[in-house]
Design a protein around this ligand. Structure first.
Ligand code: PLP
Length: 410
């Protein structure tokens, strides 16, 4: 997002024009930003055999998946529906990794029948899998190294209380099951959660995974999950991807040498690839002063962007209708009957009724977590590519709210 000729633009397209053309609230995605993030990750790991498996759940519009596919990247899916979306877009089953948790064995069987590799995250499922398939279907095993990534228990999934993965403390038990069924374990996986700040945390997880990997003889890859941090506010420390790449690649090459085979290193970034590409454009409905603060009520809320309320996430906001004039301090809130603060105490260009506000870093876990709460319609989505805007999801209509509801007779 840049100011050119006194207008906020992405790829030369005026944001207030987009709001006028498609209405608000509106999700806008910069496809070129996704491509450049893929390139940055590939360059940082150019000295090892690195594979990217984009975490579909971050933003699952089929056009975004197509951009991902066209940039030579695979996917990680966490549900059978995500697998089907990816197949629909044209991903080969071999490019899809399925990392479910707490799903039925039936769903795992369906994934296997679609030709997708399963990342197994509990011992009973490993035994089920052994009974059903023996060594005929290769698998990956998800381990929990018990590391608290980023210090935020709401988004960290590798800590001791987490439901994810098989505890590294149960490794002996895992090995017994693998031996008993002669399971073909070709990959090991850890995903400690989002907001990993530095190479040191990553390497701590890596050491634990290397230690475990020595016990498995047929590995083809090690998967380090996602969790690369992106900058949400100015001055935020972001994962320095180049430094991370150098340090992790070095440790990985040393491990491969010791293991006696050149393995692939996999990552499953969600946020890193799509967070910064997205903005949510909303309109100021009302500017309301109370004795304590000046609220700006906008035509969206936690139904469309849950992260501020769910994770205390900070999202930068900009009044894209005004590039000049005085700043004032505002708290941006939604129109949902619920406390739904989007951004508190921000210095913004003076806001007038009808101004368009851009909420930044809304690409990841924005639309994909949106709901119809308060019987509100979900926003439209627009993708910008090569300087052109493409409508990739229509705005919902009232019919969508009624769809699947039956007025019963009694
Ligand atoms: C959510 C998730 C990711 C992506 O996490 P980000 O923080 O968006 O990078 C990767 N792998 C798995 C298994 C996940 O559940």
């Amino acid at each position: 997002m840049q100011v050119i000729d006194q207008k906020y633009k992405i790829q030369g397209i005026n944001l207030t024009d987009l709001a006028g053309k498609y209405g608000t609230p509106l999700y806008v995605y910069d496809g070129e930003k996704i491509q450049s993030q893929v390139t940055a990750l590939k360059e940082a790991f150019s000295t090892v055999k690195m594979r990217i498996k984009y975490a579909t759940k971050a933003l699952s519009n089929i056009n975004i998946l197509k951009v991902i596919k066209d940039s030579g990247v695979g996917v990680d899916a966490v549900s059978i529906e995500e697998i089907k979306l990816c197949l629909h877009v044209g991903f080969e089953p071999k490019d899809i990794m399925y990392t479910p948790n707490c799903v039925s064995f039936g769903e795992i069987q369906e994934a296997v029948s679609l030709g997708v590799m399963v990342n197994i995250d509990n011992i009973p499922m490993l035994e089920h899998f052994g009974n059903e398939y023996g060594d005929s279907v290769p698998i990956c095993i998800r381990l929990n190294p018990h590391i608290l990534a980023g210090g935020n228990a709401k988004i960290s999934v590798g800590h001791i209380d987490s439901k994810f993965g098989i505890s590294i403390l149960q490794l002996k038990h895992v090995l017994r099951v693998v031996d008993a069924y002669n399971l073909n374990v070709i990959g090991l996986h850890v995903h400690t959660g989002s907001d990993i700040l530095d190479a040191e945390v990553f390497l701590k997880g890596a050491e634990i995974l290397f230690e475990a990997a020595r016990e498995f003889k047929k590995l083809q890859f090690l998967d380090f999950g996602g969790g690369f941090k992106v900058g949400y506010k100015q001055g935020d420390i972001t994962t320095n991807i180049k430094e991370l790449g150098e340090k992790v690649s070095l440790a990985f090459r040393e491990f491969c040498e010791e293991y006696g085979k050149e393995l692939e290193i996999w990552f499953e970034p969600g946020k890193f690839l799509v967070s910064e590409c997205g903005i949510l454009l909303v309109k100021a409905n009302v500017i309301k002063s109370t004795p304590a603060t000046t609220f700006v009520g906008v035509d969206s809320g936690l139904n469309h962007l849950l992260r501020p309320m769910m994770y205390d996430a900070y999202h930068d906001v900009v009044n894209v209708s005004r590039v000049e004039g005085p700043d004032r301090v505002y708290t941006i809130v939604g129109y949902i009957c619920e406390t739904d603060t989007i951004a508190a105490d921000r210095r913004l260009k003076e806001i007038k009724e009808g101004d368009i506000i851009a909420i930044k870093n809304a690409g990841a876990y924005g639309f994909s977590m949106a709901s119809n709460y308060n019987s509100r319609l979900r926003p439209a989505e627009v993708l910008l590519l090569n300087g052109k805007d493409h409508l990739i999801r229509k705005r919902e209509t009232f019919d969508d709210i009624l769809r699947n509801q039956e007025l019963a007779n009694w």
